[in-house]
Ligand binder design. Structure first.
Ligand code: SF4
Length: 188
């Protein structure tokens, strides 16, 4: 399958319209705090690679965020390697694949971490606020929270997809699948 490339300058719009909540949360936390801990860098970094962000654009993106906090020199010294590594350009040159929902749901984010699945790892209050910021109505949010209480996290994510896209989904099992389905609907 040929992957289309995405442009760096489109990323904020794509994050708002086509990222699943887990990636949207990481993306805007990074924009806000100019930093993400390791688990977040991996989860978001590999997702962005899967979305079609080229290595040079990925480096520019992470450098522009981390650089604001720690300076670009320190970024280049301590963090650039890991990004090239994820693209298979360092170390064993493995081409790492983006994480599936299962892997993300089973991860165990600690204090100060922003990775994980919001349906699984957010408090009900924070999840309600996050869904509200996606302009979802109270009724659908209640429906989603009901799925979460029954531990049907991917079903909750699928409901969010359907409510924000006005379109059915066969069921979300991978953040990049969410993204691709979204692009098909919004930009057929
Ligand atoms: Fe992300 Fe999957 Fe959770 Fe949706 S169900 S927020 S795609 S990990």
């Amino acid at each position: 399958k040929i992957k289309s490339e995405v442009a760096l300058q489109d990323m904020d719009d794509l994050a708002k319209t086509s990222f699943p909540l887990c990636m949207r949360h990481l993306f805007f936390k990074l924009r806000e705090e100019h930093h993400l801990k390791h688990g977040g860098r991996q989860q978001l970094g590999l997702f962005l690679k899967g979305v079609g962000l080229k290595l040079e654009d990925a480096l520019a993106f992470w450098r522009s965020e981390f650089g604001q906090k720690m300076g670009v020199e320190r970024f280049d010294k301590e963090y650039a390697y890991n990004i090239r590594h994820n693209y298979g350009k360092e170390g064993k040159r493995t081409d790492y694949t983006p994480f599936s929902c299962n892997k993300i749901i089973l991860s165990t984010p600690g204090v100060g971490d922003h990775h994980g699945c919001p349906y699984r790892h957010f408090s009900e209050e924070n999840l309600r606020a996050a869904l509200g910021s996606m302009h979802l109505g109270v009724r659908i949010v209640d429906e989603i929270l009901e799925k979460v209480r029954n531990r049907h996290y991917q079903v909750a994510c699928s409901l969010t997809f359907e409510a924000t896209h006005g379109s059915q989904t066969i069921g979300i099992n991978h953040p990049n699948q969410y993204f691709e389905q979204s692009r098909k609907i919004l930009q057929p």
